[in-house]
Design a protein around this ligand. Sequence first.
Ligand code: HEM
Length: 485
Amino acid sequence: MLTEEDCVTPLNPQQATSDPGTEKSGGSGVVTDVLIPHAPGAWPLVGHVPSLIRNPLRFVTSLAAHGDVVRLRLGPLPVYALTHPALVHQVLVEDARDYARGRIFEKAGPFLGEGLLASSGTEHRRQRRLLQPAFHRDRISASIPVLRQAAERTSASWRPGQTVAVDRAMNELSLTMLTKTLFTADAGARAAAQIERALPVLATGLITRTLMPEWWTKLPTPANRRFDRSVHDMGTAIDEAVRAYRAQGRDHGDVLSMLLSARDQDGEALTDHQIRDQLVGFGLAGVETTGASLAWLFHELGRHPEIEQRLHTELDTALGDRPPRYEDLPALQYTGRVITETLRLHALWMVMRRTRTSVQLADTTLPAGAEILYSAYALHRDPRFFPDPERFDPDRWLPERARRIPKGAFIPFSAGAHKCIGDSLAFTEMTIALAVICRRWRLRPTPGVRVREVARGDVHPNRLPMVAEPRTDRSSMEATGHGGV
Ligand code: HEM
């Protein structure tokens, strides 16, 4: 339940709105007898879909002005947006059992099957227990050499003065880092390539499918056909990798080997089909998210040379000329704050849940089956919880300042039962990428290029050309793009 300590700002006692609407029970038989503010700008029939397609970031950040719970419509479907961290915390953590995954992952059913990303409740808890060891710190620590090699290869491919498409380079780096963690053996190479090809199509398709009605997904449009083909090709390539690993019968020390040997408390193993579903889920959840975060990291460093300088000083002092190791990570405090601040400003813009039963949220009662939405992007930019929210300020994560941030206000990886299982892996990937790349390069913004945010599954830069400038302040380093890890 809500406590003073949880919220810097109390919930709105009376949800004021310019366009109020009164909720009365529908077929589900549950009544809410309070005024739930409606988000303005609904269109006949389609509701808020045009706003969510045209400018989703502006739309989700505008909602807090209308109340702590705001009602919007996807076509005829009502969706309740939560704009207060205490309510988000209640849904994700305190009353988590009253909520299942919502519409987004339901739409992913055809390709996520019954993997972790698509499951809820008891089945989710069973899978989570089974998969957690794959993301244990020992496993992450063991994957540092492949992460480092991937970052070193990226860094070594640049030449002084070259304009690098940092958005693409970071997405590729993230893909390589994740797929090398999933499959180290050659048998996984084709699966990795298919995941790379499929991901952009799936990420776009998923959001469109969330917003559009069911019949629309059945139309033989080029986009729908591309979506179905991508699902098929990626699934087939992963199936081949799983069969090849089983035939080899060796532990390659990667996530796929771990999935093949995992047993639940009844001694049951995962079937090939279930393993494929997990790998597809890891690809969908772990590549573009980390890739976009890495791109934004370099974008922010390019815009803030004084922050970049502090980061370089910390990395140089802690590491000297040697490559980063897992044991170095705790000492890289400022680096951690820079990454955390990037995750604040560039978070996912929409996560959904669905009520399993009738629930009480603040002074609102919602029926079973109600769709709930929250936006980490909007919460992270709410001036009630983050003063001067647009400012990139890593020191807001100094312990004495961070303590003032209420629960539920900073949730880049979500919270509770469905909290990102790959959060430590993602943080480690970003730290290693920074440490390796910043040893040689400063990435400078290209003059005259305006970088815009594009909201797909994640929020990524529309383009990010940056000039690779060798670091002249490190005389011992060659900036020629050569050197070992
Ligand atoms: C910066 C990078 C990342 C961000 C911002 C991020 C964010 C998130 C968020 C917000 C959720 C919760 C979704 C929900 O509540 O419905 C989630 C779940 C998940 N993420 Fe991540 N993620 C990142 C990287 C990764 C990586 C590298 C993996 C690797 C496997 C991964 C795998 C997953 C999985 C499997 C889930 C579902 C967890 C569950 O339901 O138990 N993520 N992620």
